[in-house]
Design a protein around this ligand. Structure first.
Ligand code: SF4
Length: 482
């Protein structure tokens, strides 16, 4: 990207090579949004061009110079846009690009989207002359207008006053929700085209995002409607349509058109994707997913934890950050899956694996947040960190509530059996174990004994000859531990 005259005025480099730049605590000037402070980004379409002061950036709250080094602050970014080709559906599409363009700015790290943004500014950038968030705003507007020519006018309001951010975040949440609600009445079978998204291929080259009416993008920022609007203004662009082709598997959501796109977009890494599957040919996950799912083989069920969760550990003993490391990278990882929060509301939510009947654990703040998406049958059968701490407690919980995984999961959509159930398997194993006497079960009278010492009370040694020993379970416990 060549430097324009205006760009020359910025005291920082602007280049796509800075995408993926990480700012660690040691070089941190200020953190905006993230885990400890509210933050959001929002793009609003303005139908009257004269209502937008093109290129203007205003700031409500303290600017960089007023911030303490190493401090954490609230952060809201509201952009208002006008363009003859722009329609309301494009708001989310333009908003998603904020991540990309701000990531071009050296010394400015932008992560996540919507009400979960997390920004870090480096001390180096401040030393080089970055004084104001307005400079960031002007650079962002310049990038938006250069990259998306259909934006004719654009202005920005940045907010760092915490009270104001909280107030505007509530309004933004209502807007996000209204956008998400639009897709709920539409289903995959009602349309001829899905949409790709390749925006994250810059850091996850084999990632294949497929957005369908029943599966919102895993970053949560692009619904099928948003993607369609993006494809209309830029049909060859990152959100180009994917003709569905023939349906190979209606339950798993496998289509010939999607498989062809998978080959093309992943440069041959993947040749098939099942859109509504967790374990078999799952959708790829880059690093932007809102929620990470993880398979728990001990109970044949699935757990979910979301970005920003207050829950520090899952029953498999790992926090979100570690699980996220296994999920991401643009890979198709069996046993892990990244999704957008709205996918919980989809009537096809991981339906190949049994949908909600396969969910055994959720972080309590996530379970609360999507409570109305959970089927009535399953509401009290899904454990949280308040119910269980580890796998053993989870097993007990699931047995107590008679969770479907215990006796086997039957898919609601077609009555297909998904799992046999671990209780059934265990019973079978026990019967088998009874049929083949183990060492412990061989009557002592039949075991030759040999006193290892003289006199009563001395230890005896048991020698087993031709014994068949089977071990069904080994529990290793710390000495003195529970
Ligand atoms: S996560 Fe997927 S849909 Fe979202 S921006 Fe990245 S590539 Fe696009």
């Amino acid at each position: 990207m060549g430097a324009t005259e205006e760009e020359e005025k910025f005291p920082f480099d602007i280049n796509p090579m800075y995408e993926g730049e990480r700012i660690r605590k040691t070089g941190l000037y200020a953190e905006l949004g993230g885990q400890s402070k509210p933050g959001f980004e929002l793009v609003l379409f303005e139908p009257e061009p004269e209502n937008i002061k093109d290129g203007e950036v205003s700031l409500i709250g303290p600017d960089l110079a007023d911030m303490e080094e190493g401090g954490k602050y609230a952060y809201g970014m509201i952009y208002r846009v006008y363009g003859e080709q722009i329609e309301k559906d494009l708001e989310a599409v333009i908003e998603r690009r904020n991540h990309e363009y701000q990531s071009y700015i050296q010394g400015y790290m932008h992560l996540n989207q919507r009400g979960e943004i997390w920004v870090r500014i480096s001390t180096d950038a401040v030393k080089k002359g970055l004084k104001s968030l307005k400079q960031i705003g002007r650079a962002t507007i310049m990038l938006f207008k250069a990259e998306l020519p259909f934006i004719e006018r654009m202005e920005a309001t940045f907010i760092t006053d915490e009270e104001e951010v909280e107030k505007r975040l509530e309004e933004a949440n209502q807007i996000y929700e209204a956008r998400d609600m639009r897709s709920r009445g539409l289903h995959d079978e009602d349309v001829d085209e899905f949409y790709q998204c390749t925006l994250c291929q810059s850091f996850a080259p084999t990632n294949v995002c497929v957005v369908t009416p029943d599966r919102i993008a895993l970053c949560g920022a692009m619904s099928w409607f948003d993607s369609r609007a993006a494809a209309r203004v830029d049909p060859e662009g990152p959100n180009a349509p994917i003709p569905k082709g023939d349906c190979i598997d209606p339950i798993g959501g496998e289509y010939t058109g999607v498989n062809e796109a998978a080959v093309r977009l992943s440069s041959g890494e993947y040749d098939s994707i099942k859109i509504h599957s967790f374990l078999e040919k799952p959708h790829t996950s880059c690093g932007c997913f809102e929620v990470a799912g993880f398979y728990i083989p001990e109970v044949e069920g699935i757990g979910w934890v979301h970005r920003g969760s207050k829950v520090s550990e899952t029953p498999i003993g790992l926090p979100f950050s570690t699980i996220a490391g296994s999920v991401g990278g643009g890979k198709q990882v069996q046993g892990f899956l990244g999704i957008g929060i709205q996918y919980f509301y989809s009537s096809k939510f991981i339906q190949l694996d049994g949908g909600w009947r396969r969910v055994v654990w959720m972080a309590s703040d996530l379970k609360e947040r999507v409570a109305d998406a959970i089927s009535d049958e399953m509401k009290d059968k899904i454990a949280t960190e308040k119910d269980v701490k580890d796998i053993e407690e989870l097993r007990d919980f699931l047995q107590r509530v008679d969770h479907p995984v215990v006796k086997g999961v039957i898919r609601e959509v077609d009555g297909g059996r998904v799992t046999e159930g671990w209780a059934v398997k265990e019973e079978a194993a026990e019967v088998e174990a009874e049929a083949v006497p183990s060492a412990a079960q061989v009557p002592l009278a039949s075991i030759p004994m040999m006193a290892s010492g003289a006199g009563g009370g001395t230890p005896i040694q048991i020698i087993l000859k031709d014994a068949d020993i089977s071990i069904r379970k080994i529990i290793v416990k710390k000495k003195g531990g529970k």
